[in-house]
Design a protein around this ligand. Sequence first.
Ligand SMILES: Nc1ncnc2c1ncn2[C@@H]1O[C@H](COP(=O)(O)OP(=O)(O)OP(=O)(O)O)[C@@H](O)[C@H]1O
Ligand SMILES: [Mg+2]
Length: 324
Amino acid sequence: MSEQTTATAGHADPAARRQMMSQVDRIPGSAKPDPILRVDHIQRRFGGMMAVDVEHLEVQRGIITALIGPNGAGKTTFFNLITGFDRPTSAGKGAHWAFDGATLDKTSASSVAKAGMVRTFQLTKALSRMTVMDNMMLGAKDQGGESLAKAMFRPLWRQQEREVRHKAEELLDRFKLLEKRDDYAGSLSGGQRKLLEMARALMTDPSMIMLDEPMAGVNPALTQSLLGHIQSLRDDGMTVLFVEHDMHVVQHISDWVVVMAEGRIVAEGPADTVMADKAVIDAYLGAHHETDLGDDALLDEGVAAALELEVAEEEAARNQEGER
Ligand SMILES: Nc1ncnc2c1ncn2[C@@H]1O[C@H](COP(=O)(O)OP(=O)(O)OP(=O)(O)O)[C@@H](O)[C@H]1O
Ligand SMILES: [Mg+2]
């Protein structure tokens, strides 16, 4: 009985997840049945430019949500804000965001991690002059912050360190990095560093993991296994929010997609319907002509027609310029 309850809480059953999300309004800022993260009125200005301007966003617990949008849309800045690596610009309505019911406004990055929400970085932050294993152990320390107290009870600390090391080895094994445990992180490939960063984030047993372009620079073979890892995190009951430009990846693993453009949330919905949304097409075509919107199957006729029109108009404008 309790096992069944756990499975339901983690939404391990894809049909149940689909069913649950099919009830959700496909509009920006829509209410979710059981949101783990709620964000209100968060803004970040850089000089005269509003990089993030999110009125309301809810992230559903126990599913994979993709955050997509053209370059410069504000995705990374948004991650930075809600994980305490940056502060909102104070103006007008007060920004407010809460994770699992606890307010996170003004909370430091390490406290956010302790609350159970961890993130990885678009540009990996593996410490290159440390070994792979030391990077992992540091991941555990980030969460502890009580090493002095522990050091006073050495036997207990030793026992804990053994456990932490064991956990690190299991995670490294899972991410195919165990043979590299004594290598400097700096000697790893870009893709392996991404995996190390993800493994390190998992050292804190988070309830939600936020991944900023986890596949960037990862070779195709590793991408497949990384996708599998992300899905199994979700199947274990974790909430995943990830930023990704590759629409094939988004289509393949997301249960829900949130679209950002010019700092705002402009669309939300399941992957297959969101890519046909006019706001999404405008956002991508406006700023990002070369964006691969994914599989042709994803491009419904409306999108294809819009793309053709755009190209034709550009062509005509160029020709006109040539004639002058
Ligand atoms: N520290 C900063 N100082 C000034 N401007 C910044 C800073 N960080 C980000 N920006 C600007 O804010 C806007 C949003 O940037 P952000 O990196 O959040 O976008 P993004 O959606 O993550 O883009 P990408 O897909 O290219 O990673 C951009 O115009 C960017 O140039
Ligand atoms: Mg970014």
